[in-house]
Design a protein around this ligand. Structure first.
Ligand SMILES: [Zn+2]
Length: 332
């Protein structure tokens, strides 16, 4: 049965009349419906060669701008942030955990914080979002810890560090990184700012220590996933190369954070980099590699889902987000 145009308009008109009548007799507009603050599920799938990748959000974390770039002239720092329509007093970072299904192994790149960063109540959502993406913690085979900062490491165990979040997983971490954080007499363990984090790291690493495998610079994490030594943010900080067939992706970890500052001023020394000079040097070198190779990039702290490309902009760089793909295919 076909509906011709005249009948269609009549039917549609009837519906409109019905709605108006209902609204006026009910005495209120539909905009009075309850306002929800819930968002979409917080995961994003795409493909890379034969691999399926899913970015799963742990939420967001925020820090004062002056703590992130303590040496940058305030006026210049404010101008960069304002020109990007960001607040000038603080920087909010997404927490994008990358899940790689190689067909053979299910691999997480970092583990979020599991709500253990008490000053950052907007983070710690990874388990909820993994469930939304239908990824079960017990299915995870390998977790690469790019570095032992709270937003990357603490999610491997519960609040008391007695129960592992991913019961069947092995943990891969840079050899230099593990060695750095497991020295009770290290000066950082009693440092005013870093002391608490150092102590918590030792507890959390102890919870997984019988499942840890260390990786050397440029070592294989699992077939298709290779560690890239990018020291500076921490001594054993690791970025990642993921390759399937001729398709490649570079995963920055914390070489970059803010979408404007890290790219426009890669040489500004970052307040959270443990080695300030090396951190800046590594950032420029890594961004240079991404731009030269024109490779797809995934980034832990850039706007969700943190997938895109790095391009040159004068003597610095710029971040270009990829267009969202709705069917889990390779983004452009
Ligand atoms: Zn981080």
């Amino acid at each position: 049965m076909s509906l011709d145009r005249r009948h269609f308009l009549a039917a549609a008109g009837g519906a409109v009349v019905g709605l108006v009548g209902e609204s006026s007799s009910g005495g209120g507009a539909r905009a009075r419906a309850p306002v929800s603050r819930s968002q979409a599920p917080g995961f994003y799938r795409f493909s890379l060669g034969q691999f399926q990748l899913t970015v799963v959000s742990d939420g967001t974390i925020a820090f004062p701008a002056e703590a992130l770039w303590p040496e940058a002239p305030k006026a210049e720092r404010d101008a960069v942030l304002a020109s990007d329509f960001q607040p000038t007093d603080k920087s909010t970072l997404q927490v994008n955990v990358l899940v790689v299904n190689t067909g053979d192994r299910l691999v997480l790149i970092d583990a979020g914080s599991r709500g253990k960063m008490q000053q950052q109540p907007t983070a710690g959502r990874l388990l909820q979002k993994l469930a939304a993406a239908e990824i079960k913690p017990e299915e995870v085979d390998t977790i690469l810890i790019t570095h032992a900062h709270p937003d990357h490491l603490w999610g491997v165990a519960d609040a008391s560090d007695t129960e592992r979040t991913f019961p069947n997983a092995e943990y891969v971490i840079g050899e230099a990184e593990l060695n750095f954080w497991m020295q009770p007499d290290h000066p950082l363990a009693s440092h005013a700012v870093w002391g608490d984090i150092y102590g918590q790291n030792m507890k959390t690493l102890a919870a997984i220590k019988d499942r840890i495998r260390t990786v050397k610079p440029d070592g294989e994490v699992v077939p298709g996933i290779t560690a890239i030594a990018t020291p500076g943010h921490t001594p054993g900080h690791t970025s990642v190369q993921i390759a399937s067939g001729s398709s490649q992706l570079l995963c920055t970890a914390d070489v970059v954070g803010n979408r404007a500052v890290a790219f426009q001023h890669p040489d500004w020394r970052g307040g959270f980099d443990l080695d300030l000079d090396q951190g800046a040097k590594t950032r420029r070198a890594f961004l240079d590699r991404c731009a030269s190779e024109k490779v797809m990039v995934s980034s832990y702290h850039l706007p969700f889902p943190g997938v895109g490309h790095v391009v040159r902009a004068g003597a610095a760089f710029s971040w270009l987000s990829s267009d969202w793909t709705w069917d889990g295919v390779s983004p452009t």
